[in-house]
Design a protein around this ligand. Structure first.
Ligand SMILES: NC(=O)c1ccc[n+]([C@@H]2O[C@H](COP(=O)([O-])OP(=O)(O)OC[C@H]3O[C@@H](n4cnc5c(N)ncnc54)[C@H](O)[C@@H]3O)[C@@H](O)[C@H]2O)c1
Length: 330
């Protein structure tokens, strides 16, 4: 028999906050670059594209003593059934004993680790004097990304929010203004994206779009872009000509070419793997990041199992210390 800890959403949320997730994801990227962490091929299946999809991500952080997997499903019809659209599980295993350490609700971990990925991307590649962020996609990730940026970009003052459903952006603004009173918020109608994008120092795209909505000519010199939404074949937010014209950084070069924003420019032959630098190498000082204040930089993040595992492991360790969660003897 062995003890297996189960953590639900509220238990997880009391144990890990964004600041710890940022440290964890930063560490995971570094371990990945030192070959002390790795990911296994991602399994993606679209039962009905844009309606029902699942992915299975697995990896190891031998350098942090854990390995495991996340299985996540998404169903567009679930809100009408009073079910969450996104649901899944994370299983964390111990490298030393090869015993399962615990199982966590995959949704809050995904929310937090992806916000943390955006925060690490912005602090690594954006200009330190970034004052205005444009967030396109006023959903869960819009909220997670803003939380991450609020901790990683100290000069931030203004938040522009845009969504294909204008009402999502206005709702986001009124809700988040109360949470971050120091920021100046403004909802941007989707049809005005072309006029507002050039004023942003930092652009975050986090939608479920399957066609490009951000054009090269709308992005000013010196801008950093965090491309978060495209994490499956067919998803797209940026015009391929934009991707091909910038300095490209990624969580995993292989993953972004297969299923991230870079998939489209790569398919068109505009870029290839050698144009992409992994963030871990920049964090470790092995490769340069932004070298000029006028560079346009892109961080293409498709999400890696090692982010889920590092954050899951932090939660499980704290849960053991504080005796939080349900322990089942298997
Ligand atoms: N890279 C990663 O690690 C990672 C992690 C989690 C989620 N994601 C991806 O991020 C995306 C957003 O996830 P979420 O949980 O915030 O979804 P969500 O459904 O909560 O929010 C998506 C928002 O995008 C808007 N939108 C949809 N299509 C649009 C378009 N064409 N243009 C502008 N806005 C559009 C919707 O109106 C909605 O407000 C998804 O594609 C998801 O798979 C990526």
């Amino acid at each position: 028999m062995y003890p297996l800890r189960l953590l639900d959403r509220s238990q997880f949320e009391t144990l890990v906050g964004m600041a710890e997730a940022i440290d964890g994801v930063d560490r995971a990227y570094r371990l990945f670059s030192r070959n002390e962490a790795g990911v296994f091929p991602v399994i993606v299946h679209q039962f009905e594209p844009g309606k029902r999809e699942m992915d299975l991500k697995a990896g190891h952080l031998a350098g942090a003593g854990v390995y495991g997997m996340k299985m996540l499903g998404w169903c567009a019809e679930n809100p009408a059934r009073d079910l969450p659209p996104l649901a899944g599980l994370i299983v964390v295993m111990d490298v030393d004993t090869q015993q399962p350490l615990g199982i966590l609700d995959g949704t809050p971990v995904t929310f937090l680790r992806t916000g943390a990925a955006g925060a690490v991307g912005a602090k690594t590649f954006a200009r330190k004097d970034c004052r205005t962020v444009l967030i396109v996609g006023a959903g869960n990730q819009g909220r997670a990304q803003l939380w991450g940026l609020s901790l990683s970009m100290p000069a931030l003052e203004s938040v522009l929010v845009c969504d294909i459903v204008d009402e999502h952006a206005t709702r986001f603004v009124s809700e988040q203004q109360a949470r971050y009173p120091a920021f100046k918020f403004r909802a941007v109608p989707f049809k005005e994206l072309c006029e507002e994008a050039p004023s942003a120092d930092l652009i975050v795209t986090c939608t479920r779009s399957r066609e490009a909505f951000l054009k090269k000519e709308w992005v000013s010199p010196g801008t950093h872009i965090n491309a978060i939404g495209a994490d499956m074949p067919g998803k797209q937010e940026l015009e391929p000509a934009l991707v091909a014209s910038v300095k490209i950084f990624a969580d995993s070069a292989a993953q972004v070419v297969a299923k991230g924003e870079c998939q489209h420019a790569a398919k068109l032959g505009l870029i290839s793997l050698e144009h992409i630098t992994e963030i871990g190498a920049v964090l470790e000082g092995a490769k340069p990041g932004r070298t000029d204040s006028s560079d346009v930089t892109l961080f293409d993040a498709t999400g890696m199992a090692i982010q889920d595992l590092v954050v899951g492991a932090i939660a499980l360790k704290k849960a053991e210390e504080l005796n939080v969660g349900t322990v089942v003897n298997f």
